[in-house]
Design a protein around this ligand. Structure first.
Ligand code: ADP
Length: 536
């Protein structure tokens, strides 16, 4: 071979930390007022302690280690300690209802779970039904461990306290699994996307590149997107691999302190779903705070409204860059940056043709639009096509072989998104075939909700559709056909859903009593027609 065969992976990032970026800062805002700060060097020492501790637990290679955690430095240490010791980091979505967590933990067969003190209660609720879990580690000091627990339980600080702060480099084959993240299924059965060391590294480099989120050593990066959500869109690995300062914000968005954090820590790049930027825009207007250091906001997860992009540009002088991706694509697959010859378009044209688009694919990612017969659909600014994707950080199957129909015989992944491509080579998400509602960046399965509502004795049929919402982008509306002479209230529906595996934030804000659910030619619920009926 003519080129050194360096194995790509999380170790490569950690190595760089030790050699070159030891003095860079990592800041965690752990309450509205309080902050924790340390350097990359201290992060590495504690990560090594955790690696030694994980080895002492005698976990097998490939064992799944769950985290039920917010964005903070301990979670970051897990991001490295778990894969660098050849175990698989399984980030659990802290917003899920206990029933969904139970399914996911059992499917992944997590052996250990790291959990935030405030989330221990959630795990205790399902303790008797997750037999694979043999140890729970509370992410705090000894005082955060509950007096009574159904688990063998220990604090994070006690676990690592007496461990050595060094760890010998371990060569790991780059195709070894490193991370596992579940995505919502339309039928309520989430599916796991398994990332390798290689895919994680390549994604981090592409994500950090100027064609991606453009993250370098001069940046301070604040991922608002949760670390349990598609690895915080890879922003954390991208930032660490290039030695950028990392800032974690308090998980329960508090606009005033969030804006202050951006200001005080001189954040240059931040990323999250449009719902966050809608709230922050109001705060920026109210407080009149300016953010001269903030170069860019990356917005993804759903489409940011055009007026929001324009408002940030014109009122605050901050650019919003739209990205598209999925848990299955690690997640960043495309981002909408103007090409050189498009930079001088008029403001309106730039907004229409570039900034409001889902993007152009990152290098290494290939996308195609195809019609229902599999024929390629042209990029002509009007034809819609099903969006297919392939590339070095796109899954080629789901964990345990779920949903094989999502993968084509010619090596593409069927995203379930419907897109329109324009003549400049950009594409935008126009619709989706997956039966899901996306509220504030998190999924609600409409099929699961319909099933639950149809279990109510008053109900003959129910269909749940997403309707546009100013704050949350989408909210579910339950359309119900009642049995003869029956009546129902919104409160009854909500109470029923709460006791059937749904979280409070998922509950519909509105029900509509309808005579019949419109159907397609093959007899399926026609949600397009239904949506237009209830929004007109
Ligand atoms: P994430 O929300 O972190 O990108 P998910 O796997 O939860 O990852 O959701 C992926 C889905 O979110 C996509 O298939 C698409 O339906 C939607 N989505 C993501 N980015 C965009 C975007 N820029 N515009 C429209 N929809 C988007």
């Amino acid at each position: 071979m003519a080129i050194m065969n360096t194995q790509l992976g999380t170790w490569l990032m950690l190595d760089h930390v030790l050699t070159h970026n030891f003095d860079v800062e990592i800041v965690t805002q752990y309450s509205i007022e309080g902050k924790h700060r340390y350097t990359y060097a201290e992060m590495a020492e504690r990560t090594f302690q955790l690696m030694n501790a994980l080895d002492e637990l005698n976990l097998d290679r490939g064992a799944r280690v769950g985290t039920l955690a917010w964005n903070n430095y301990r979670h970051l240490e897990c991001y490295f300690a778990v894969p660098c010791t050849e175990r698989i980091l399984h980030t659990l979505n802290a917003r899920l209802a206990p029933e969904d967590l139970l399914f996911i933990i059992n499917d992944a067969e997590d052996q250990v779970i790291f959990v935030e003190p405030e989330l221990v209660e959630v795990l205790e609720k399902i303790a008797s039904s997750i037999p694979s879990v043999r140890l729970v580690i509370v992410m705090g000091d000894e005082s955060t461990v509950p007096k009574e627990s159904q688990f063998k339980i220990i604090s994070y600080e006690t676990l690592i306290s007496r461990q050595p702060t060094i760890y010998a480099y371990r060569e790991i084959d780059e195709n070894t699994p490193a991370g596992l993240c579940y995505t919502s299924g339309t039928t309520g059965q989430p599916k796991g996307a398994l990332y390798t060391h290689r895919s994680t590294y390549l994604h981090a480099i592409a994500c950090g590149s100027a064609a991606g989120m453009s993250i370098g050593p001069s940046d301070a990066v604040l991922p608002v997107v949760p670390m349990f959500h598609a690895n915080a869109w890879g922003m954390v690995y991208a930032a660490i691999s290039v030695g950028a300062k990392v800032v974690f914000s308090y998980p329960h968005l508090h606009p005033e302190s969030f804006v202050k954090l951006l200001q005080d820590e001189e954040v240059t790049i931040t990323g999250g779903v449009p719902t966050v930027w809608i709230q922050i825009a109001d705060e920026l207007r109210r407080s009149k705070v300016t953010l001269p250091h903030l170069r860019e906001i990356v917005s993804g997860g759903s489409q940011p409204p055009k007026p929001l992009i324009a408002r940030y540009r014109d009122e605050f002088g901050i650019s919003i860059v739209q990205a598209w991706g999925m848990t299955e694509t690690s997640p960043l697959a495309s981002i909408a940056r103007p090409k050189h010859h498009l930079k001088h378009l008029s403001k309106d044209k730039l907004l229409d043709n570039v900034l409001s688009q889902g993007g152009i694919p990152l290098p290494g990612i290939r996308i195609e639009l195809r019609d229902d017969q599999g024929e390629e659909v042209p990029f002509d600014a009007q034809s819609m096509g099903n969006l297919y994707v392939r590339g070095a950080w796109v899954v080629d199957s789901y964990f345990k072989g779920r949903s094989p129909e999502s993968f084509t015989s010619d090596g593409y992944f069927a995203t379930g998104d419907v897109a329109i491509g324009n003549q400049d080579g950009y594409f935008v998400i126009a619709d989706r075939t997956k039966d899901l509602v996306k509220s504030g960046g998190e999924w609600i399965s409409s099929v699961a909700m319909e099933g639950a509502i149809m279990g109510m004795e008053q109900v003959l049929e129910a269909a749940v559709v997403a309707v546009a919402d100013e704050k949350w982008q989408e909210r579910p509306v339950a359309c119900i056909v009642l049995k003869p002479n029956a009546t129902i209230t919104l409160e009854q529906v909500k109470d029923h859903l709460l006791t059937h595996g749904f979280s409070k934030w998922q509950l519909p804000d509105r029900i509509e009593i309808i005579d019949a659910v419109p159907r397609t030619s093959v007899g399926k619920f026609d949600k397009k027609v239904l949506r237009s009926q209830i929004t007109n």
